[in-house]
Design a protein around this ligand. Structure first.
Ligand code: BES
Ligand code: ZN
Length: 972
């Protein structure tokens, strides 16, 4: 084992000493170390003095003040929090004393300026010794400071004025409930002077997915290799080092890290110097970062290799991955280099760092994380192997990269003031990822795809009473986690798409550039963004962007526009669209909205007279306009750029349906997708006659485009789930297979064509397998046998249907074969595909065992547990089994994922939201009323609302669907 330096050995390099190191102009390693050693001796003297001094102070204080007094000096009194009447509400520190700061938010009068961080993570013992030296200022007199610290073993704490005058520390209290640390000094801290807080700490690093944690991978020779890595967003920086962990408390950071000499360290900034530290160790000192938020700090120590290239703007782009997978990093490198250049041009602001590192982390919670200059990824979101990875997964890699790189401007350069404006980060990145990907891969038609994967999905969630406004008040870490949801991401992105459409791309770009320039290295709120757009839009379009957009961000939901045609007059009315109208749902009390659930709606339309897009504004009101004479048809919401639904009158619907059936190409693919989405949603809630919506789907026998098909498949799968226990289920499958037959015939089984054709082939094959199409199943089985018996690899885009059918229609042997492949393959996309396929088994015992595997970290990584639960819950055979499994293992799942919003959302919604009986509803309610749900509370409310809607569908609509199927399923 390595010889570990003691705490003092570790601490001497931090703070002023470490800061001084990088100021040396001398670049020679030996000279540097000599100077470091000199400062070590000085540091010992200071340390000894400080310790003795602290001891005296502590003794005096304990005799003089047995009871803690209120520590807040008069000048900070306006921030004092009155002590609650009931004593059990009084915040109590770990040691039993009263914790004097009552607010979960930090005092606003203390501002960090710079952090010097020293770390020595030992990858044999997993012990991390650290020391942080924070320079800060106060804006008013005070004798205390409050910052964040979570589960850190704190030791020496020193406060200095300037570089050297020690101010005695009277009290250091920790309050785990608010993850805060309170430090009271004997003296007054005065405005605009520079102070330094120096804290030593230790922490045992764990194999988790947040904070500073341990991850591992197996090299090709079977050896287990460890790495230490971070994930901080939103509130885990405080568990890696004491810090002011709020997004607006920006500062600069400098890291010095000791590591094995066979390892490399990565940080947000470039390496300043690496030198030997003795005993097989190295010490790496990094440059100072730019001013940034704590949640964007990242560091990794590992033995990866890198691919590197300099992009058109001279930025050094690198991808770091396990050595064996270097080749699979090429696509990510090329994409990143090009997207970074595109954004720089688009925003008209240079990327402010000299480098962009992207690193693959074998155990990682979210898909990826935008740490400034050091983006962390799951293996599946960065590695691409052209002969193994499907088009869909390749597209995912590109969009995740484009998303995280957009954050380098939206989020990193300009950060939201507080988490309640999270959408400014995530909504923007989710919008920009499409423009970025579109730039590198124009033939992928990303903006058409946007409406299916973003607008339609967001509208589905936002039709619930238990949805929330884009801007939402949040306070504590659990609430903050919970707003990383489809509203912040997808509704945020969709309303920006709508904004782009009515402002025009040029005005959008100008507004963004004004905003990013004005708030660079600072923080902003939603109003600030709208003000910038108003400023640029007023000159060209006279639109008050704030007024318009407030109706989309400050109230939840969206409108359904009803359209009636009287001769040439078009009459429009808007009202809120709900999956369950309030008159049917007494379980969901409706909230009031400051805007009365009315919106400024940019209604676009096309007619047969011209395919030029027209626009009509509904200004929180209803409205009407005239059509030109002899207009034969009218379609609203062109390309589904608006965030609303359209309910036509019967005559207009029938005209549109006839057009689709006779000549669907008069509409663009996005318009066809929009008509499907509106018709199938409106009929599900009972606004539109379900026979009419199903009549519309008949046109699909002629459909050959990806976007409308993907829309239809998603809706028809919902119908499939709702009809699982219906006598007409096989009739429904028969109808579906009839619709799918022509497109299946056209596409065939060759993995060829353009990107969207490949994606379409893959999607329709999986769907027809789901609906038990004999031809598809037998063909897929042939491919599977050929793979299992003769080792013949399956073309990438056919793998999901082939693996899926192989397991679903196979025996234990096929399952075991896939399980073995899963364990052996090094290709991340393949691992994910196999995990999905394994959940298709029809054997209850096998599925139950598979679910148990998902909790065994030696078999399946915890980052993938939720995927296994989701695929098992989607398998009709596994629905009840998975629900039972989730209940049985709830304490463990809560322990593993209770804090993480993505995972809790997935576990809860995937296992329960398909239920459609009162009995199941009551059972779900009873179970969850007796347990804690962590950050899944919102998801639980939404799932319960969906179940109520399902029950209503079965009571009110199912019969008419069955009747229609009986009359039409055999169409010829
Ligand atoms: N900032 C997020 C990562 C994150 C998610 C942190 C949840 C904390 C909680 C990152 O930019 C992100 O959004 N990642 C996405 C990928 C993206 C392409 C939608 C993800 O993790 O799925
Ligand atoms: Zn993001």
């Amino acid at each position: 084992m390595m010889n570990e330096p003691e705490v003092d050995d570790v601490a001497f390099l931090t703070g002023n000493n470490a800061k001084k190191q990088v100021l040396y102009s001398d670049n020679s390693g030996t000279e540097k170390i000599r100077r470091i050693v000199c400062s070590k001796q000085q540091a010992f003297c200071v340390t000894g003095f400080v310790l003795i001094f602290l001891l005296i102070i502590a003794m005096v204080a304990s005799f003089a003040r047995p009871m803690p007094r209120c520590p807040i000096v008069t000048s900070a009194t306006e921030f004092r929090h009155t002590t609650p009447a009931s004593t059990n509400l009084i915040p109590t520190a770990k040691t039993g004393e009263i914790f004097p700061w009552h607010d979960i938010r930090l005092p606003p009068f203390i501002m960090p300026v710079h952090y010097n961080l020293f770390l020595h993570p030992n990858l044999n013992t997993f012990e991390n010794s650290g020391s942080v030296n924070i320079t800060f200022q106060v804006t008013m007199q005070t004798n205390f400071i409050v910052l964040h610290s979570k589960e850190l073993n704190l030791s020496r704490t020193v406060v200095l004025e300037g570089d050297d005058r020690t101010i005695p520390v009277l009290q250091r209290l920790e309050y785990p409930k608010h993850e805060q640390l309170y430090i009271e000094v004997d003296g007054t801290l005065k405005p605009y002077r520079e102070y330094t807080l120096w804290i030593d700490f230790k922490k045992h690093l764990e194999e988790k997915l947040e904070g500073f944690y341990i991850s591992s991978y197996k090299s090709t020779d079977g050896q287990k290799r460890y790495l230490a890595t971070t994930h901080f967003e939103p509130t885990s920086a405080r568990s890696a080092f004491p810090c002011f962990d709020e997004p607006a408390m920006k500062a600069t950071f400098q890291l010095t890290i000791v590591h094995d000499e066979s390892h490399t360290a990565y940080f947000n900034a470039d390496v300043f110097q690496t030198a030997s530290y003795g005993n097989g160790l190295s010490i790496t000192v990094f440059d100072k970062t730019v001013r940034m938020s704590t949640y964007l700090v990242a560091f990794v120590v590992c033995d990866f290799k890198t691919l590197q290239k300099t992009n058109a703007d001279g930025i050094n782009v690198r991808v770091a991955v396990p050595p064996e997978q270097l080749e699979e990093a090429q696509f990510a490198l090329d994409t990143a280099a090009s997207v970074l250049h595109f954004y720089q041009m688009f925003f008209n602001i240079s990327y402010p760092l000299p480098k962009m590192d992207m690193i693959a982390i074998p155990d990682f919670g979210p898909g990826a994380m935008e740490n400034w200059g050091l983006v962390t990824f799951r293996m599946t979101t960065i590695l691409y192997n052209p002969s193994e990875t499907s088009s869909e997964s390749q597209e995912h890699v590109a969009t995740v990269i484009a998303h995280e790189l957009a954050h380098q401007w939206f989020g990193d350069l300009v950060t939201m003031q507080w988490w309640s404006d999270l959408w400014l980060n995530e909504g923007f990145a989710s919008f920009m990822e499409y423009l970025g990907t579109n730039h590198v891969e124009p033939e992928w038609k990303m903006m058409d795809q946007f409406i299916v994967s973003t607008t339609q999905d967001a509208m589905s969630l936002d039709s619930l009473e238990s949805s929330h406004p884009v801007m939402t008040d949040v306070d504590d870490p659990v609430e903050i986690e919970a707003i990383f949801d489809a509203i912040s991401y997808k509704k945020g992105a969709a309303i920006l798409y709508m904004l782009k459409n009515f402002l025009g791309m040029d005005t959008l770009k100008k507004g963004l550039s004004v905003y990013l320039n004005k708030y660079r290295f600072k923080n902003a709120q939603t109003e600030d963004l709208w003000d910038c757009f108003t400023q640029v839009a007023l000159t060209s379009t006279h639109l008050n962007v704030s007024k318009i957009m407030d109706t989309w961000t400050r109230q939840k939901g969206y409108p359904v526009i009803t359209v009636r045609l009287k001769h040439r007059l078009v009459i429009l009315e808007q009202r809120r669209f709900l999956l369950t109208p309030p008159e049917y749902d007494d379980a969901a009390p409706s909230d009031l909205s400051p805007y009365g659930y009315k919106w400024f709606v940019p209604v676009t339309y096309i007619t047969d007279q011209s395919d030029k897009e027209n626009m009509f504004w509904l200004n929180m009101t209803d409205g009407q306009f005239f059509l030109p004479a002899r207009t034969k048809w009218l379609k609203l919401n062109v390309n589904q750029t608006g965030f609303f639904r359209v309910m036509y009158d019967e005559g207009l619907w029938n005209t549109l349906i006839n057009l689709l059936r006779t000549n669907h190409k008069v509409f663009k693919p996005a318009d066809r997708a929009n008509l499907l989405d509106d018709a199938l949603t409106l009929s599900r809630v009972g606004i539109l006659d379900s026979g009419l919506a199903l009549n519309l789907t008949r046109y699909l026998e002629n459909e050959e485009d990806y976007v409308p098909w993907e829309t239809a498949i998603l809706h028809l799968e919902i119908l499939d789930v709702l009809m699982q226990e219906s006598a007409a289920l096989s009739l429904f499958h028969k109808y579906m297979l009839k619709l799918l037959k022509p497109v299946l015939g056209t596409l065939g089984w060759e993995d060829e064509g353009d990107h969207l054709q490949k994606k379409l082939r893959s999607a329709v094959l999986v769907t027809s397998m789901r609906f038990h199409d004999e031809l598809t199943v037998s063909q897929a089985k042939k491919y599977f046998q050929n793979w299992m018996q003769n080792g013949k690899k399956v073309p990438p885009n056919l793998r999901n249907v082939v693996y899926g059918a192989g397991v679903k229609y196979g025996s234990k042997e096929e399952w075991q074969f896939c399980w073995k492949q899963y364990q052996e393959t090094q290709v991340p996309s393949e691992k994910r595909l196999l995990l999905t396929a394994l959940g298709n088994t029809q054997d209850m015992w096998q599925l139950s065992q598979y679910l148990n595997y998902s909790l065994d970290k030696n078999k399946i990584r915890p980052q993938d547990t939720t995927l296994v639960i989701a695929v098992a819950a989607r398998n009709p055979v596994g629905r009840l089994l998975t629900w039972r499994f989730v209940r049985m293992n709830w304490p463990q799942l809560l322990e593993m994922f209770g804090q993480g919003s993505f995972s809790m959302d997935m576990i809860i919604s995937e296992t329960i939201s398909h239920f459609s009986s009162r009995f199941d509803y009551d059972e779900v309610k009873t179970f969850f009323s007796g347990v804690e749900v962590g950050s899944g509370m919102q998801s639980l409310q939404q799932s319960l609302e969906r179940i109520r809607a399902n029950i209503r569908w079965r009571e009110n609509t199912e019969a008419s669907v069955i009747q229609w199927l009986q009359q039409n399923a055999n169409f010829s």
